[in-house]
Every structure is written in C-alpha cells, then in structure tokens.
Design a protein around this ligand. Structure first.
Ligand SMILES: NC(=O)c1ccc[n+]([C@@H]2O[C@H](COP(=O)([O-])OP(=O)(O)OC[C@H]3O[C@@H](n4cnc5c(N)ncnc54)[C@H](OP(=O)(O)O)[C@@H]3O)[C@@H](O)[C@H]2O)c1
Length: 430
C-alpha cells in the first residue's frame, strides 16, 4: 500500500537548511497535494542545538545528536545540508545503508565523491538528488538529467559563482579595483571572510565538475579541472575589454570534442552580444548547447537561503513522490563512459594580452615577430597609454592559437629588453 506519510530528517539548519524548512512549511499544502501524501519534518540535527534559528520550528525538531536522524526507522529521506566532505560523506553513506533516500546541496562532496555515493544509492534502489549543489535556485541538474536527456550535449558554459560575478560587476560598473569590490562583497555578506574558494575558482570548478559529468556522461574529477580565479583582473583590463566589445566574466566551461572533454574555470573576455555577458551582480546563468535543442540558457539566483531552499525542497518533493509511487532509484548516475579531460596546453582559443613596453620604434614589430615564431597570429594591437613618455601599455588580441604556443611566446617576450612586463593575459571566448 502506498505510504500516507513521508518523513524527512535534515542534517544542518544554516543558510540552506533554513531556506529549505521555510519553503517546505510555507508551501506545505501545495507540496503535499503534488506528492499525494503528507510530508513531515521529523528531526533536524545541528552542531549547536541551542542557537537561535531564523525560521519557526516545531517543538522536538532540533537535536544535537545526528543518530536521532540516522537511527530513526520512520525517516525516509535525509537532506544533508552541512557541507564539506566529512562528516557529510559518512552520514550519507550510513543513511544509504539504512535504506534512506538522500537529498543534498553539497557541491564539494558531489564533485569529489559523488560517483561512489550515487552508485551505492543505485545499488540500493534509493534516490540521490542534488539540485541545490549547482547554481542554487536554477533547476539545471534536473534540466540536464531529464529535460535535455535525449540530446548529445556539446557544451555547457556557466557563470556559476555569484560572489565573483558581483565583484566583476562592481569593477565594470563602478570602476572599483578588485580589493575594493571584494571588501564590499564581504560587507554585504556575498563573500565569506576567507573568500579563497570563490575568488580562486575552486567553487566554480566543483560545479562544472558536476555539470560536465552529467552532460558528457563521464566522471570529471575536480583535480583535472584547470581553475583560475579573478584576483589578477584589473579595472584597466575591464575598461580595455569594454573598448574592444567584450565583458570579463568568470566562466566555468565544459565542452566535448572528439570523445574528450574540456573542463576549465577562468576569467574570459566574452562579446557583449553573448547572452552570458549581460548576467550581472550575484546572478548565475548556465548556457547549454544540445544536438537537438540547440542553445538553451538558464538564469537565476545561484545562492542564498530561499533560492537554494527552493531547489532542495523540490528534490525532497520529487523523492517523496517517487517513494509514494514506488518509483525511487530510477535516475541513477549516468557516467557510463570514461573520457579524458584534455590538458590546458592543448586548448585553442583567442587571447587578450596586456604588456608594458619601451616607447621606441620597432618594438611592436619585434614582439609580433616572436608571436609569429610560435605560430600565434595577431588580430589587433592597440597602444593604450604613454604615462611617462618612456613606456607604453599595449593590448594585443590574437587569433585562435594553441595555449602552449601562447605561453611559450610570452615567456620569450617577457625577457625582451624592450618589454618592461607582460602584465596580464586573458582568454577570449567567442
Ligand atoms: N549558502 C548558499 O547559498 C549555498 C548555495 C548552494 C549550495 N550550498 C551548499 O549547501 C550546504 C550547506 O551550506 P550553508 O551555507 O547552509 O552552510 P551553513 O550556513 O554553514 O550551515 C551548516 C549547518 O550544518 C550544521 N552542522 C555543522 N556541522 C555539523 C555536524 N557535524 N552535525 C550536524 N550539523 C552540523 C550547522 O549547525 P549549527 O547551525 O548548529 O552551527 C549548520 O546548521 C553546503 O554544502 C554548501 O556548499 C550553499
């Protein structure tokens, strides 16, 4: 007989846990109608049970002992909203052993150990949903797993980190430098006190590892993803890029070509006409190209209590519906293949390169000659400023070139007596 009551245990009641509980409570009637059964929160395990919470709680919900969730045979679904690899991984593992379905928003754990946990869930015919782990409120995981499942996915490119997008937007719109924009993001609660994970691109790398694994049906290990952050982008780069017709965005890029995968995170110049170029502030967007559907873009809030709570609560609803109709465990891991992630040196793209050189005759020709020796052809070169009369700032844009050749050319160019410094180089995505 179909279950009349489905019970949820929650691990963690921080930002996402609170947004999830609020969503489940506020929309309880609609959610239960969609499930066709009652949905009860039975227990919420936290680290500090006496802490004041921002959401109304029923008596008896909160516990400081995770075993009260793990060992309760009435709990059908465990929502892991603690974060980090341990103890989250052990808790999920244990919950699966006890026959509990899993919902999580934990991108780090998914990216590093998702494959094993998903396989275990499938073996036990249990659901394992993780919509909240990528791009918060944007339903991109379900879209890729269900809505676009019949496509061969060629490309998935996203702005998947709201903190860095906010910083870059402030730099572009207000002319702030990186440190000032970061300090403001921290003051507004968009960036953590230690912003390394966001600013260095690690958070985006976890997310593209998850998206690329789904899109290309092959496990992408975050260790194989080139992750480069935005700390070296200056307000000047953003200004010069704008003059050339480009915005600068931190992109998470997954591409599939000839049976291998490109997975990389780095700042990139993006033409203003590209739909991702106008995604500003803390917003996220993911652009997918599929063989049948063509181009699709998803846009919305990529973090925060309620947007992420929306994703987690929807997962809980869907798992509950599967339990109710006896269809749990259908959507297992789809990493059937074993494709390699190609090294950065072998990618081909265009490059924006800014350098300081002596303001003397033939300097440009000398530098262009070195580019030529390495097979890097130049699309345009502009002299931007002559601050003292002795040095000039030059911005080059190359045609498509092999990354290895560009790196090697720049090593030689940096040693030329007429070159004071190679100040920055940024990939250009068309
Ligand atoms: N924040 C976002 O906007 C966002 C967006 C998408 C995905 N995520 C992901 O969602 C997950 C949760 O993030 P969050 O921002 O909600 O974190 P958070 O605000 O730091 O909350 C973490 C919660 O876990 C509890 N906790 C910590 N250690 C525990 C333990 N050993 N046993 C039981 N409970 C424990 C904490 O308890 P106390 O409250 O008692 O200290 C707290 O309630 C992470 O995986 C994160 O990557 C977050």
């Amino acid at each position: 007989m179909a279950k009349e009551v489905i019970r949820v245990g929650i691990l963690g009641l921080g930002t996402v846990g609170s947004g999830t509980v609020q969503t489940l409570q506020e929309n309880k009637k609609d959610i239960e109608q969609k499930i066709g059964a009652r949905l009860e929160i039975k227990k919420i395990a936290v680290a500090h049970p006496d802490k004041k919470r921002p959401v109304p709680l029923e008596p008896g919900w909160i516990t400081g002992d995770v075993n009260e969730v793990m060992d309760d045979p009435e709990i059908d679904i465990v929502a892991e909203l603690i974060g980090g690899v341990e103890p989250a991984r052990s808790y999920i593992d244990r919950a699966l052993d006890s026959g509990k379905h899993i919902v999580t928003a934990n991108k780090e754990l998914l990216a590093k150990g998702g494959h094993e946990l998903l396989t275990k869930a499938a073996t036990h015919r249990l659901d394992f949903y993780f919509e909240g782990s990528v791009a918060g409120g944007i339903p991109i995981v379900q879209a890729m797993k269900i809505g676009l499942a019949a496509n061969h996915i060629e490309r998935v490119v996203g702005i998947v980190n709201g903190t860095t997008n906010y910083i870059l937007t402030q730099m572009a719109q207000e002319g702030k430098d990186f440190a000032e924009a970061l300090a403001e993001a921290q003051a507004k609660g968009y960036a953590e006190a230690d912003p390394t994970n966001d600013v260095e691109g690690y958070d985006a790398a976890y997310k593209i590892a998850i998206l690329a694994s789904i899109a290309f049906m092959s496990r992408v290990d975050p260790e194989d993803i080139h992750a480069e952050g935005i700390a070296r982008i200056t307000a000047g780069d953003i200004r010069y890029a704008r003059e050339l017709g480009y915005a600068i965005k931190l992109l998470a890029i997954g591409r599939q070509e000839n049976g291998s995968i490109q997975a990389r995170v780095h700042p990139a110049l993006l033409p203003f006409a590209h739909p991702l170029a106008s995604v500003n502030d803390v917003f996220n967007a993911v652009f997918v190209r599929g063989s049948s559907v063509g181009e699709v873009m998803f846009f919305g809030r990529g973090a925060g209590a309620l947007p992420t709570g929306s994703a987690v609560a929807a997962d809980i609803l869907e798992v509950a519906r599967n339990i109710r109709f006896g269809s749990a465990g259908r959507i297992a891991c789809t990493c059937f293949e074993n494709k390699s992630v190609i090294p950065m040196d072998t990618i081909e793209t265009k490059y924006y390169i800014r350098m300081k050189v002596s303001d003397k005759p033939k300097v440009l020709a000398t530098i262009a000659g070195v580019f030529g020796e390495f097979g890097v052809s130049v699309e345009s070169v502009v002299q931007k400023a002559v601050p003292t009369g002795e040095s000039a700032e030059i911005v080059w844009v190359t045609h498509q070139a092999l990354e290895k050749n560009v790196r090697e050319a720049l090593e030689v160019i940096a040693r030329l007596p007429v070159v004071a410094e190679v100040s920055n180089w940024i990939r250009v995505e068309e």
